[in-house]
Design a protein around this ligand. Structure first.
Ligand SMILES: [Fe+2]
Length: 177
């Protein structure tokens, strides 16, 4: 394949590692990079919240053990399944998906689970805050996805927001008298 000459009227091929071929899906290189960067933060937040929820499934104690042990399992299973479509959207946009504890630690807006397992209701509080934080991360990316006409990313964000806001509500309800 002949190498394209860069001119003012022809958009530059992606400089991201994509096996030599540029990506021409109608989203500029700049917008693809910015959206992939935002999705990387969403991936890091989702993975961190997944791990914390699984940790709490293992370590929860007290009279609500059975309810919370099972509820956390449902939640970590959903979060585990959610990281894949986020990572693969980043790949579809031509960028590498982060996938190490070092990268996730640097990108995540939520903290790691505490080293000492908290009491059951404190676990619930931490998870409410985690789901709210992931919702904020997802929502902050909407204007960019909209502006770039990136419907697949907007659709993914909508699905994730629905889950995080609903899960935050369910967990929040446990804290009410
Ligand atoms: Fe288990």
């Amino acid at each position: 394949m002949a190498k394209k000459t860069k001119t003012a009227s022809v958009p530059a091929a992606s400089t991201a590692p994509s096996g030599g071929m540029g990506i021409h899906i109608g989203i500029s290189d700049k917008d693809r990079a910015a959206i992939a960067g935002g999705l990387s933060k969403l991936l890091a937040d989702t993975y961190t919240l997944y791990l914390t929820t699984h940790n709490f499934h293992w370590n929860v104690t007290g009279p609500m053990f059975n309810t919370l042990h099972l509820m956390f399992m449902t939640q970590y299973t959903e979060l585990w399944a959610a990281v894949d479509p986020v990572a693969e959207r980043i790949r579809s946009l031509g960028h590498p998906a982060p996938g190490s504890y070092a990268q996730f630690g640097a990108l995540a807006s939520i903290q790691d689970a505490p080293a000492v397992p908290p009491k059951a209701l404190e676990m619930v509080r931490i998870l409410v805050q985690g789901h709210e934080a992931v919702a904020r991360t997802a929502r902050s990316l909407f204007p960019l996805a909209d502006k770039a006409g990136d419907e697949p990313t907007a659709d993914l964000l909508t699905q994730r927001l629905t889950v995080h806001e609903q899960t935050a509500w369910m967990l929040r309800s446990l804290l009410e008298e």
